[in-house]
Design a protein around this ligand. Structure first.
Ligand code: SF4
Ligand code: SF4
Length: 78
């Protein structure tokens, strides 16, 4: 195994370290007020077809600002 392939393996392992937050939005109680998406510092949430949705879980920093601001208590981040 040459140095080149060692370098490539190292890069691959680093990529796998990305931690993806799990964000649940209870669509039964969400009224699409958009408070969570406006408050999110990382632009993770957005309205899709009149429903609040997770745009990109990989950029979520698990700060839970969205959970705190939701008036209907319908977001869970873990
Ligand atoms: S703040 Fe809560 S109720 Fe409002 S859009 Fe977000 S998840 Fe839905
Ligand atoms: S936990 Fe923070 S970063 Fe993640 S979606 Fe909620 S507000 Fe955005």
């Amino acid at each position: 195994m040459g140095l080149g392939s060692l370098f490539k393996r190292g890069k691959k392992e680093k990529k796998e370290e990305v931690i993806e937050s799990h964000i649940d939005i209870n669509g039964d109680v969400c009224d699409a007020c958009e408070k969570c998406s406006i408050a999110c510092p990382n632009n993770v949430l957005m309205i899709v077809e009149d429903k609040m949705s997770v745009r990109d879980p990989q950029v979520c920093k698990s700060c839970r600002v969205c959970m705190a601001i939701c008036p209907n208590d319908c977001i869970t981040v873990n």
